[in-house]
Each structure stands twice: as structure tokens, then as C-alpha cells.
Design a protein around this ligand. Structure first.
Ligand code: ATP
Ligand code: MG
Length: 660
């Protein structure tokens, strides 16, 4: 990167203040910022004692003497599962629903109260202990979105056995490498799960992953979900329901050190080989519960919360399992895809279960935009009071669409920036305090110190761009890369002295708000102007015909890099585009879009090339893989596609490219 800084492309003037009504009932107010600014460690000690039940209180808040290796809440002992489950039963909330589970096949639901969850986690912990799982043993979890996924995680936490959840959509090879890397002793899986209306097998992938000569796995626990036939290895495989039935009913949970590893989780692999990030129990639980309370504004006695992420991603760990459950909240867990059996499924669930707080990803929002506003309009969404977004920069137009068509122009939106590595939300509006700007994650939450710096690590001026760094340790920070402390130091702490940097670029606006613009690798240099791909994408998405866009910089002899855009049209624009193309006027739309970008941003940002495509390559967690599109735009062989949700997308795009 040059010193010149990012060109400031988009100018967003719209601001949305929280309503008086929302402000009055919000969990967090301005005083939280003041308290954290006055005494950061004291602030975190207060949050730790407020949100978490300690078996033994901690003696020291933070030890940063061996930076970048942090220890938080030293001397404290706790059990994460007791915090997420047992204590709610103890204080009389056993009858509260913990999980409203909605299966993909319509009509298939399960409501699980905290008391029932308590029974299940005890039996599951005993069953795992019977298989020899104890403190420090790792367990791999490879399950669909069924309650057993949360139960398995909590049972592991109860035993002090770090879990490593592997997304159920991953291949046998991906599963194998993660099992191997984590040294898992036991795998918990299912016969299969439902996906787009059909049962889809899971167990064969486990069998294939374990067919390798050397693997650490001794036992495989299999949940019966679909009832499909499975191959069975006697002596190794056991049915989950049989093991739980045979196990003792009650389990006395032991407390573990605050720094005891809670889990390992691999990053989504958007930029390259996934990294095995591990988190410690105490600090992680404190910050996930705190952020569920102040950012998602959860009121456990009245909210019905729904985070649509898969449990295989960090969002599912922090904002399905540990954060909301530590608060004792009621939530929805949905097994399937948003279009099964119809494109209104999400809104039907919101309506039927009266969901109040919804947390989803920009990729989902853009998909809903593509399907059209008439779909959510058919459902009663009036129960909603707060909306959240996570996973990618949200384009201002997608933000506006979410606010208008889902939030009835009434619900605040929290755009939350964080990563697998940060464990919990770091930058976000506080919904009862912050006047939000569409497309900006706004400011670091109380207790977190984030900055935008230039090449030399100096803070940039308002109105400029640079690198997003975190300059003070935080409770839920990763404790390392599993088994590789050196890689941890090199990956995150070597680019800038005394600051954590994990690859994202950002801009500061005139009011000091942070705009995360995506990975620094995705910044383009066109005739000496440094531009972020996400801003040009946002300009394209602001055109009424465009639902989604991905922009890459392709090598160009004259300009250094040239802007290449791939766009998906909204449903109602497809027919018109098709008839134009049939009449040999395909260029018309492309010209219209190029001119639109020039108008929104300036002629310099006009894409050299725009391709209309049916789909974009995305990771399994829904992030656009720009590096693959760059391969296409530069006419190279397409790189590693193993974390792609649908690998056939790339051939669709390459074929279109050759024709075009
Ligand atoms: P890998 O590190 O293996 O390439 P990944 O970074 O996609 O994978 P995650 O930890 O799941 O894996 O994603 C974190 C990244 O997601 C952030 O670094 C950022 O680029 C992006 N992100 C998440 N939330 C937001 C947000 N609200 N605004 C902008 N970007 C976001
Ligand atoms: Mg990352």
C-alpha cells in the first residue's frame, strides 16, 4: 500500500437516530462509554462480574506482560456450561424456552426449555465422559443445525474438553484436516440433515475422513436425524441417543481456569488456508454475554432472538450458543435454507414465532433484495424491534432495504464488525445510543480500542483510509493459533508494533466513524488511485436493477489495475435484460451501469468491464471470494475452491466470460 491513503469514494449523508421509545428501554446508554474511557480494566472487571458466574472470583483482570499472549481474569474459575444453562434453572427460569427449533421440513419443530436443556447437557457430558473424554481432550463436532449441535458444544464445555466444530457442509477432506490438526479423540456427527427439501448424508464424510491410516479418533457418536441408512464400524460408532440413555442422569460440573481453552474454530478461508483459532473460557464468555446484552439489546424475559448463522461459524458459537444462553435468552434455531420450501420461509418464521431481534448477513439481505420486496410484504413482521448484520461490509442500499422492508423504517440496525479471531463484536452502534449511518459499523464498543492507521502505523486523519487495528487487548481475543504460537505472532502482531491487525482496510469519516471496506488485499490501484472494491460494489447495488455485485482489480497494462465487475440482477430486471440481450443490445445495460457508477463515484471508478452473472462464488459462510473472480478476470486458472459453497458457480462464470 502506498502512503497516499484510500480514495474517499462514497459519501453517505443519511443518519438514523434511535427512537425515544427504543432509547428508553435499551440495555446500554452513553454512561457505558464514559465508564470504559475512565478505567478500561475496571470496566471489564465489572462486566465480568455482572455477566458471568465465577466459582472462584478472579484476582487480576489482565496480564499483558508476555504480549501478544494475553491472560484475562487470572485466578478466576468457572464452567461455561453452568453459566449458559444450569444457573438459569437454579434461579427459577427452567420453564423458559431456550431453543425454538424449526426443522427444514415444514411443521417439524421442537421447543426446548432451559430445564430440558439442563437434563440433556448432563446426560451428554456423562456419555462423553464414559467414552474417556476429559479436561483438555478435543472433540470434533460435525452436525447439521439441530439442537444436538448446541448440546454437544455445551457438554464439551462442561467437561473442559475444547470442541472443534466443523461446518456440516464441508467435505471429508476438510473434515479430516481439521480433525487431524485439533487431535480430536471423539467425533460427534449425524446420519444426515435436511438441505433444500431433501435429506443429505453426513456420516459418509466422517467415515471417509477417518479412513486415513493415522487418525486420533477413537469413537464416533451419531445423532439420528434423518433415519437414512449408514455404514457402521463396530467398536467405534455409537448412537447418540443410546449413549445418552445409558449415561447417568446428573452430572456435577467442575470449574476450570479462566484461561482454559474453550474451543478451536477454523476461519472461513476467504483469503487462503483456514487458521485454527482458539479461545479461552473466561474472557470469551464475558465479552459474548456483554455484547449480546448491549449490542443485541437482549431482554431475556421478553425477547425472541434469532441469529441465522450456522453453528459451524464463529457467529453461531458466540451468538447462538455462548452469548445469548449466558444471558438466559429465548431463541430460534432454524435447520434449513431461506428458500425451502419457499422464498418467504424466514419471514414466516419471524411471524409465527414473533421474533423480536434478528441477526443475519449482508449476503442474505442481498439475496432477499434479489427475490423482491413482495415476499416479506406478505408476512407480519411487526414483532421485530432490532436488526443486526455481520460477515461483510453491508452496502448502504442493502442496509436501507433491510431497514425499510424488514424493519418497517422503525427498527435500529446494528452493523457489527468482528472476526473469528476477535471472538465477539468489536465495532458496532449501540442501538439505544448511536445515530447509525447506512454502511458504517460506526465506533468501537465500550471497552474496545480500534484505530485506522497508515502504512507507518500512525492514525489517519478524519476523511482518510488505511488499516484497521486494535491497540489494546480485549477479553475475547484469540489466545493463539492452535499448536502454532509463532504463526499467531507473525500473522496478527508483526505488521504494526503493539497492534493487532487481521487484514481489513477501513476509512474514518468526518465524524470519526469507521467504515470497514474489506480486506486490504481487495484494495485496487487504478492509475495511481487506491480504491476499495466494496465501495464500487455499493455503487452498483444502489442501481435499482442490481441485487449483488463483486468487483476485482485485474492487471492492466495502461492503468496498473482495471476495475472488473460481476453483477447479479434483481428478479424483476432479469427479463428486460434477457430481451435486450436477445435483440443484440446487451451492451445497453452495461453502459447504463457504468454510467451509474460514474455518477455515484466519479469517472475514475467506471468499471472497464461488467459481466452479468447468475451467481457469485461464495464461501460456505456466504462471503464473496474475490480472489477467484480475479483469476477469471486475469484469465488464470482458478485457484483453490475447497471452501466454496458451490464449486459449479465458477464454471458458469468462466463460460460466460468466454462468450462475452
Ligand atoms: P480467513 O481469515 O480464513 O480469510 P474470514 O476472514 O472470512 O476467513 P471470519 O473470521 O469468519 O473469516 O470473517 C471475519 C471477516 O469478515 C472480517 O475480517 C471482515 O473482513 C469481515 N466482516 C465481518 N463483519 C463485518 C462487518 N460488519 N463489516 C465489514 N466486514 C465484516
Ligand atoms: Mg480473516
Amino acid at each position: 500500500m502506498s502512503n497516499e491513503g484510500l480514495s474517499n469514494l462514497l459519501h453517505e449523508e443519511r443518519t438514523f437516530e434511535p427512537s425515544e421509545e427504543f432509547r428508553a428501554q435499551a440495555n446500554a446508554g452513553q454512561e457505558l462509554f464514559d465508564r470504559a474511557a475512565e478505567d478500561r480494566e475496571g470496566f471489564w472487571a465489572e462486566q465480568a462480574r455482572r455477566y458471568v458466574q465465577w466459582e472462584t472470583d478472579f484476582e487480576q483482570v489482565l496480564d499483558w506482560s508476555e504480549a501478544p499472549f494475553a491472560k484475562w481474569f487470572l485466578g478466576g474459575r468457572l464452567n461455561a456450561c453452568v453459566n449458559a444453562v444450569d444457573r438459569h434453572v437454579e434461579v427459577g427460569h427452567g420453564d423458559r424456552v431456550a431453543i425454538h427449533w424449526v426443522g427444514e421440513p415444514e411443521g417439524e419443530t421442537r421447543d426446548i426449555t432451559y430445564a430440558e436443556l439442563h437434563q440433556m447437557v448432563q446426560r451428554a457430558a456423562n456419555a462423553l465422559a464414559d467414552l474417556g473424554v476429559g479436561e483438555g481432550d478435543t472433540v470434533a463436532i460435525y452436525l447439521p443445525m439441530i439442537p444436538e449441535a448446541a448440546i454437544a458444544m455445551l457438554a464439551c464445555a462442561r467437561l473442559g474438553a475444547p470442541h472443534s466444530v466443523v461446518f456440516g457442509g464441508f467435505s471429508a477432506e476438510a473434515l479430516h484436516s481439521r480433525i487431524d490438526d485439533a487431535g480430536a479423540k471423539v467425533v460427534i456427527t449425524a446420519d444426515g440433515g435436511y438441505r433444500r427439501g431433501k435429506p443429505s448424508a453426513l456420516k459418509p464424510a466422517v467415515d471417509a475422513a477417518l479412513a486415513h491410516d493415522e487418525n486420533p479418533v477413537q469413537k464416533v457418536l451419531v445423532v439420528q436425524r434423518t433415519g437414512q441408512d449408514v455404514d457402521w464400524t463396530n467398536g467405534r460408532d455409537l448412537w447418540w441417543h443410546e449413549a445418552l440413555e445409558a449415561a447417568a442422569e446428573t452430572h456435577e460440573a467442575q470449574a476450570f481456569d479462566a484461561e482454559h481453552p474453550l474451543f478451536i474454530l477454523y476461519t472461513s478461508g476467504t483469503t487462503g488456508k483456514p487458521k485454527g483459532i482458539f479461545h479461552a473460557t473466561g474472557g470469551y464468555l464475558v465479552q459474548t454475554a456483554y455484547t449480546s446484552h448491549v449490542v443485541h439489546d437482549l431482554h431475556p424475559d421478553s425477547d425472541v432472538y434469532w441469529c441465522t448463522a450456522d453453528i459451524g461459524w464463529v457467529t453461531g458459537h458466540s451468538y447462538i450458543v455462548y452469548g445469548p444462553m449466558t444471558l438466559g435468552a429465548t431463541q430460534v434455531m432454524y435447520e434449513g435454507t431461506p428458500d425451502t420450501p419457499h422464498q418467504g420461509r424466514f419471514w414466516e418464521i419471524v411471524q409465527d414465532l414473533k421474533v423480536t431481534v434478528l441477526y443475519t448477513a449482508p449476503t442474505a439481505i442481498r439475496t432477499f433484495m434479489k427475490w423482491g420486496t413482495d415476499i416479506p410484504a406478505k408476512f407480519d413482521l411487526s414483532s421485530l424491534r432490532l436488526l443486526g448484520s455481520v460477515g461483510e461490509p453491508i452496502n448502504p442500499e442493502a442496509w436501507m432495504w433491510y431497514r425499510e422492508h424488514i424493519g418497517a423504517d422503525r427498527c435500529p440496525i446494528v452493523d457489527t464488525w468482528w472476526q473469528t479471531e476477535t471472538g465477539a463484536i468489536m465495532i458496532s452502534p449501540l442501538p439505544g445510543v448511536t445515530a447509525a449511518r447506512p454502511g458504517s459499523a460506526m465506533k468501537a464498543i465500550p471497552g474496545i480500542v480500534a484505530k485506522v492507521v497508515d502504512d507507518m502505523g500512525q492514525e489517519v486523519e478524519k476523511g482518510s483510509g488505511g488499516y484497521l487495528v486494535i491497540t489494546e487487548p480485549w477479553p475475547s481475543m484469540l489466545r493463539g493459533i492452535w499448536g502454532d504460537p509463532k504463526r499467531y505472532q507473525e500473522t496478527y502482531w508483526s505488521r504494526f508494533p503493539d497492534a493487532y491487525f487481521a487484514g481489513d482496510g477501513a476509512k474514518l469519516d468526518e465524524d470519526g466513524n469507521i467504515w470497514v471496506v474489506g480486506r486490504v488485499d481487495d484494495v485496487m490501484n487504478v492509475s495511481g488511485h487506491r480504491m476499495s472494491t466494496s465501495e464500487i460494489e455499493s455503487a452498483l447495488v444502489s442501481h435499482p436493477k442490481v441485487a449483488e455485485a463483486a468487483v476485482v482489480g485485474a492487471a492492466d497494462e495502461t492503468t496498473g489495475q482495471a476495475i472488473c465487475a460481476f453483477v447479479i440482477l434483481r428478479a424483476d430486471a432479469v427479463a428486460e435484460a434477457d430481451s435486450q440481450a436477445a435483440a443484440g443490445e446487451g451492451e445497453k445495460l452495461v453502459q447504463e451501469l457504468r454510467n451509474h457508477v460514474a455518477k455515484e463515484i466519479g469517472p475514475i471508478a467506471k468499471p472497464r468491464q461488467i459481466m452479468v452473472v447468475p451467481e457469485l462464488p461464495k464461501t460456505r459462510s456466504g462471503k464473496i471470494m474475490r480472489r477467484l473472480l480475479k483469476d477469471v478476470a486475469e484469465h488464470r486458472e482458478v485457484g483453490d475452491v475447497t471452501t466454496l459453497a458451490d464449486s459449479s458457480v465458477m464454471s458458469l462464470i468462466s463460460d460466460g466470460m468466454q462468450k462475452g
